[in-house]
Design a protein around this ligand. Sequence first.
Ligand code: 0O2
Length: 224
Amino acid sequence: MTNKLKTTALHYHDINPEISEFLSMATEYREMMMRYECALLEIKTKLEVLNNEISVRYRRNPIDFIKSRIKTPQSILKKMKRQGIDVTVENVEKHINDIAGVRVICSFIDDIYEIARMLSCQDDITVIKVKDYIKNPKPNGYRSYHMIVEVPVFFSDSKTPMKVEIQIRTIAMDFWASEEHDLKYKNENADMHEIEKELLECANDINKIDLRMQHIRDKVYKNL
Ligand code: 0O2
């Protein structure tokens, strides 16, 4: 090992020995992440195909936009430690369902269920788990429709089923969730009880607006 490489390795170790050890499984880890990146592409393509088809047939777009991300090593480590799972590449694939995540943002609540239904019907998709935080919001007011699905990805010499987490929500729910996440950790001196109370009220107001907008759309589309 050259001096320069030795210094780099020491540097990583100094910052965080656990992250250093985790990154040392580099090749295996990079290959796994490549597989998840490919799974994201598969799911995003499926969603775009559905959106294009509906926009041509019914002249409306159920999906406003799609975001995707691969979970960071820090976030994976944190989750595995919280769940008491040994940190190995094999365990990441086995136990962490949301390494690959897609967020689908719709204008209307009905579109969320329509997209979820159309995706679930596809014969190469296996739905592993559904959490409906719209029908059953979290106590803090969080609303979103979550699915863990498995999609086959075709590589040069194999076909591998890969898990992807899909979160489907309205623009308003997405605005609330993004801000709640940031506001909660912004100022440790703030009165958290008061802030959580206000956030819950906002989540309930947002839900009322989403339901009213859905109602208006139902009336407009009824006689078309
Ligand atoms: P990040 O950075 O978004 O990835 P499971 O998948 O069933 O093993 P988990 O992970 O608890 O268990 O699943 P859940 O509850 O279906 O979804 C977790 C993800 O939903 C979170 O990911 C957030 O993205 C989102 N989420 C859940 N609850 C809340 C909430 O109260 N507020 C906000 N803003 N987002 C929430 P991560 O891993 O926390 O982070």
